[in-house]
Design a protein around this ligand. Structure first.
Ligand code: NAP
Length: 312
C-alpha cells in the first residue's frame, strides 16, 4: 500500500510516498481502507521533531491521527462494527497511527459510525479538532449554558468547531480572527468577532467565563485580562502552555492545558451533530495524498479556515 512517511525529522520536503505492507489488525482492532485523512498542526510539528515526536518510537514515521474510511476486516473480539461499514476516527494519539496511508489499524473503541449525510472528507477532519474543542469546552472548561466563551483563533480547525459547540451548548461566543474571517464566524453563530489585526481583545472584552486559546504565547497571556476572577482558560498549543499557565497562576487565575484524547462515544455524538447540520466542518481544501508536503506547508502558514484534508 502507499503511505506518506518521513525517514528523518525535518520540513515538508522530507515527506515521501512509500510502498509498504498492509498492516494486520490485532485483538480489539479493525483494519480500515482509508478514504481521507485530516491534516492538523500537530502533524507538521511532529514531522519537524517537535509536537508528539517524543512519542514516536522509531523512524520511518507515517503522520496523521484522524481519518474516514471503510472497515476492511475485524480483529479478534470486535463486535460493535462489521466489515464494509463506513467509519471515522481519531486514534492512538499521541502514538503513531499512520493515517496518511491507504490502510491503517484503529482500536474499535476509538472509532464511530459515519452517518450517510456526513461526507468522508468532512468526517476525516472532525476527530482531532472536534474532540479537542469538545474536551476543552465541556470537560476541562466545564462550560454551562448562559456562560460566555472567548475563542482565540476562532476560524481554525479547533476554533470553528469550538464556536459552534459552544453555541449549541447555549453560550455567548466571542471569537478572534483576521478581518477576512468575520462573516465566516458570524455565519457559524459567533456573537461577537474581534479582528486581532486592528484591536486588542483585552481592551474590548471583560468578564468572560471561559477562554479557549488556540494561539498561545503572549497573545494568550494578554487575553487573561478578559476573564472573570472565577473564569478559566484552556490553552491548547503545548509549546507555550507552561508559560501561559504560570502567567495565569501569578494572577490567581485558573489556566490549564489539555492533550486531546481519542473517545469513540464523544466522536459518535460529534458525528451526529455534524450530520444533522448543527455543526459544520468547513473544508478549506482537499488535496491528494501525494500532495501531503503542500498540505503541511499550507497548514504551517497558520491561516487555514476550518480544516485541510488529504483524499486517498
Ligand atoms: N493540546 C491539544 O491536544 C491540541 C489539539 C489540537 C490543536 N492544538 C493546538 O492548538 C492550536 C490551534 O490548532 P488548530 O488546529 O485550530 O490550528 P489551525 O487550524 O492551523 O489554526 C489556523 C487559524 O489560526 C488563526 N490565527 C492565526 N493567528 C491568529 C491570531 N494571532 N489570533 C487569532 N487567530 C489567529 C487563523 O485565522 P486568520 O486566518 O483569521 O488569522 C486560522 O484560521 C495549534 O497550536 C495546535 O497545535 C492542541
Amino acid at each position: 500500500m502507499k503511505a506518506i512517511r518521513i525517514h528523518a525529522f525535518g520540513g515538508p520536503e522530507n515527506l515521501q510516498l512509500d510502498d509498504i505492507d498492509k498492516p494486520v489488525p490485532g485483538p480489539g482492532e479493525v483494519l480500515i481502507r482509508n478514504r481521507a485523512a485530516g491534516v492538523n498542526p500537530i502533524d507538521w510539528k511532529t514531522c519537524s521533531g517537535g509536537g508528539a515526536s517524543a512519542f514516536i518510537e522509531s523512524l520511518p514515521f507515517c503522520p496523521g491521527w484522524e481519518f474516514a474510511g471503510t472497515i476492511e476486516s475485524l480483529g479478534e473480539g470486535v463486535t460493535a462494527f462489521r466489515a464494509g461499514e463506513e467509519v471515522l476516527g481519531f486514534v492512538n494519539f499521541p502514538k503513531e497511527t499512520g493515517c496518511y496511508a491507504e490502510y491503517l489499524i484503529a482500536p474499535a473503541d476509538q472509532i464511530a459510525h459515519r452517518p450517510a449525510a456526513l461526507d468522508p472528507q468532512s468526517a476525516a477532519g472532525l476527530g482531532l479538532a472536534g474532540l479537542t474543542a469538545w474536551q476543552a469546552l465541556f470537560e476541562e472548561g466545564q462550560l454551562k449554558p448562559g456562560q460566555s466563551v472567548l475563542v482565540l483563533a476562532a476560524a481554525g480547525g479547533v476554533g470553528h468547531l469550538a464556536v459552534q459547540l459552544a453555541k449549541w451548548k447555549g453560550a455567548y461566543v466571542i471569537g478572534t480572527a483576521s478581518s477576512g474571517n468575520k462573516s465566516f464566524l458570524q455565519s457559524l453563530g459567533c456573537d461577537d468577532v474581534i479582528d486581532y489585526g486592528r484591536q486588542q481583545v483585552e481592551n474590548l472584552i471583560h468578564d468572560v467565563d471561559l477562554i479557549i486559546d488556540g494561539v498561545g504565547g503572549e497573545t494568550a497571556i494578554r487575553a487573561l485580562a478578559c476573564l472573570t476572577p472565577q473564569g478559566r482558560m484552556v490553552t491548547l498549543p503545548s509549546v507555550t502552555a507552561a508559560e501561559v499557565i504560570a502567567a495565569g497562576e501569578a494572577q490567581g487565575l485558573n489556566v490549564s492545558g489539555i492533550r486531546a484524547r481519542p473517545d469513540g462515544q464523544q466522536l459518535q455524538e460529534l458525528a451526529k451533530l455534524a450530520s444533522s447540520g448543527k455543526v459544520l466542518l468547513n473544508l478549506a481544501d482537499s488535496l491528494p495524498l501525494s500532495e501531503a508536503a503542500r498540505a503541511h506547508q499550507l497548514s504551517a502558514k497558520g491561516h487555514i479556515r476550518g480544516k485541510l484534508v488529504l483524499t486517498i
